[in-house]
Design a protein around this ligand. Structure first.
Ligand SMILES: CCCCCCCC(=O)SCCNC(=O)CCNC(=O)[C@H](O)C(C)(C)COP(=O)(O)OP(=O)(O)OC[C@H]1O[C@@H](n2cnc3c(N)ncnc32)[C@H](O)[C@@H]1OP(=O)(O)O
Ligand SMILES: Cc1cc2nc3c(=O)[nH]c(=O)nc-3n(C[C@H](O)[C@H](O)[C@H](O)COP(=O)(O)OP(=O)(O)OC[C@H]3O[C@@H](n4cnc5c(N)ncnc54)[C@H](O)[C@@H]3O)c2cc1C
Length: 556
């Protein structure tokens, strides 16, 4: 995050000064924004940067215990520099959060500089190799030219020039949220690879006396656990490609001072980051549990995969907060549509009258047709966004201000943003396959995956579709059965579909997910290499167990 922030928020002179040092690994940096007391509410950050025109320096300070920077990756022991987000004060006025480059440690002996207290925040659930750290600033002075001034400036005499958009400072977070959508796709692909390969190797239970124990991948329940997640990994692969394309297009526009789509990008990236990381987080646990006891072993790779992935739901914007950000924009779009404004691409459906298109229960609808089902996802999203938006309007009519009305409708707003994200993902998956140049056999296999993703997405949220009369109960039941009917067809290609992710064994880090499937021999080898097995009799025996046993045996 250090380098992308410099690339996006430096003037050209600052780029020339800082970026070569980063690219050559002459300095290593971190993104120090979160504080002990604030991670979500950025306008509440307490670190200060007061401009001193006499020396043309900023004085950075951590005025309270809650203002200590807390969590930034590699801050504890590794980074020599940081981008520090602080409240800018100049000529007695506060101008809000701005980014500053601060050197933390000497480039000679790596010791913290004067005015800098820095260290590691201690053991965490995962991210073991990462020294997430703390930083306390004691009236630490930096040159005026260390404030990143692409968008806003402080002149030598302290005059402040404000940015074209205050939220441009938030740009790096949007970029990383887009990366997290990709991270979700990769994590779920890894977990699916491990679980499906192992399920092809593992044989368990004798269905009928005398019959060989079947592969657990042959059980419909095992397939029902794993194949919708496999399909989701493919769906997230295609959606991260689409998300990155939108990000790149909008970022190019921003670089040309066209800020027209910055809100749409913020809303989409927020919703997709939250949706994909939540779904992946839950999916990793399903994959682990589908491997029985061996899934719980470190040898499976699941404990580390989960512990390292799960903070994706928290960092870079806590998921609920991001869904609310997305919903806030969707409510604005409903208002704009009602006042006749044209809506941008990813939200244009909110101005369509989708309710007339489909009413649940009419017979003869082709419930296996993906284009038709995507139109139902659209209707569900539109209904939920309009319902939540109407709740906000009713709150305002009842005398609340906008903040109060948004807060009181927030549970529905989160549901609406989830439905919006789900629609975007399902639509993107189906549309991406249409554009894919692939053999008819491959198209058929991928169509099966897209179908099970779309069917199961409705089955798992059928209440949404039935409550709004988008589907009748019997239609929902039919779609649920369509998902189950597909499972044995996907079974045929399941191992090939995870092999297609082509994770090397060294990357997968899983004895259960080994490409050669040679699990048992390697589990035993792995166990024998466990530190506890260095000696047959563990040294602790002689200190504790031995004396205890001998003392009690003497009583016999
Ligand atoms: C790869 C994995 C490694 C990653 C490691 C993890 C690294 C980190 O965690 S770094 C720290 C991450 N921290 C965060 O993400 C903090 C999350 N919080 C925020 O982004 C903000 O506080 C937020 C958006 C919740 C609220 O911000 P705030 O300034 O109060 O804005 P708010 O009052 O809600 O909205 C003001 C306007 O800004 C807009 N806005 C907010 N954020 C953005 C953005 N990123 N881009 C564009 N517009 C934005 C809102 O849409 C709103 O627009 P409008 O007024 O037109 O409706
Ligand atoms: C592994 C890891 C790495 C990190 N790396 C970095 C880094 O490199 N740099 C950095 O600056 N930070 C980093 N962070 C910090 C991270 O960005 C914050 O933890 C994150 O932004 C969430 O903020 P918080 O911890 O204050 O949670 P809080 O906001 O306190 O969230 C707690 C609860 O409050 C709820 N909540 C908060 N606000 C609202 C609201 N407005 N409406 C409804 N509910 C709300 C949330 O939904 C959540 O359930 C990292 C964190 C982790 C875990």
């Amino acid at each position: 995050m250090f380098i992308p922030t410099l690339e996006r928020q430096c003037t050209s002179e600052q780029r020339e000064k800082f970026l070569p040092l980063c690219y050559d690994y002459r300095i290593i940096g971190t993104y120090a924004q979160t504080e002990l007391g604030h991670g979500t509410f950025l306008r509440g950050l307490e670190t200060t940067a007061h401009y001193d025109p006499n020396t043309q320096e900023f004085i950075l300070n951590s005025p309270t215990i809650s203002s200590i920077k807390w969590w930034p990756g590699a801050l504890g022991k590794t980074s020599t520099h940081a981008v520090v987000l602080a409240q800018l004060y100049t000529l007695g006025k506060c101008h809000g959060i701005h980014p500053f480059v601060v050197q933390l440690r000497s480039l000679d002996d790596h010791k913290p500089l004067r005015g800098i207290t820095v260290g590691d925040i201690g053991p965490k659930m995962g991210f073991g190799p990462n020294d997430n750290g703390y930083l306390k600033l004691h009236k630490h002075r930096i040159p005026r030219t260390n404030m990143l001034m692409k968008y806003s400036q402080v002149s030598p005499d302290g005059t402040y020039t404000k940015p074209p958009r205050s939220t441009l400072t938030y740009g790096t977070m949007t970029f990383v949220r887009v990366l997290i959508v990709h991270g979700s796709a990769i994590a779920l692909a890894k977990a699916s690879t491990i679980a499906i390969r192992y399920s092809a190797v593992r044989r368990q239970s004798e269905l009928r006396p005398g019959e060989p124990e079947p592969q657990i991948l042959s059980y419909p329940t095992q397939q029902h656990k794993l194949f919708p997640l496999l399909a989701t990994a493919y769906a997230f692969h295609f959606v991260q490609l689409a998300m990155m394309k939108i990000y790149t297009d909008v970022n190019d526009q921003i670089n040309n001072s066209n800020f027209s789509r910055i809100q749409e990008l913020h809303a989409l990236s927020s919703g997709l980051k939250a949706f994909t990381s939540w779904v992946t987080n839950a999916g990793l646990e399903v994959c682990r549990m589908s491997c029985g006891g061996h899934g719980y072993s470190q040898a499976s790779g699941f404990p580390r995969l989960y512990a390292d992935f799960t903070p994706s739901c928290t960092y870079e914007g806590e998921n609920t907060v991001l869904m609310l950000q997305s919903a806030r924009y969707l409510v604005k779009c409903v208002r704009d549509a009602r006042s006749g404004k044209t809506l941008p691409g990813t939200v244009s459906y909110l101005s369509e009258d989708v309710s007339a298109v489909h009413s649940g229960g009419s017979s003869g609808r082709d419930l296996s047709n993906l284009d038709f089902l995507i139109s139902l996802y659209k209707q569900r999203a539109s209904n939920q966004v309009h319902f939540a938006s109407d709740k906000v309007d009713r709150g305002i009519s009842a005398g609340m201000d906008l903040v109060g009305a948004l807060n009181s409708a927030s549970v529905h707003l989160v549901s609406a943003a989830k439905a919006h994200s789900h629609y975007f993902i399902a639509k993107t998956f189906v549309e991406s396959l249409k554009l894919l140049k692939a053999s008819s056999e491959l198209q058929n296999v991928l169509h099966q995956l897209a179908s099970v993703y779309v069917f199961e997405g409705i089955a798992q949220s059928s209440g949404d579709f039935i409550e709004d009369y988008i589907l009748s109960g019997s239609e929902a039941k039919t779609i649920r059965q369509l998902a189950v009917d597909l499972l044995p067809l996907i079974r045929v290609n399941a191992v090939s579909l995870v092999d297609a992710f082509s994770f090397r064994d060294e990357v997968l880090q899983s004895v259960l997910g080994r490409y050669d499937g040679n699990v048992y021999e390697n589990l035993f080898k792995w166990a024998q290499n466990s530190p506890l097995n260095k000696t047959d009799v563990h040294p602790s025996y002689h200190k504790y167990l031995g004396p205890l046993l001998k003392r009690n045996q003497s009583k016999l």
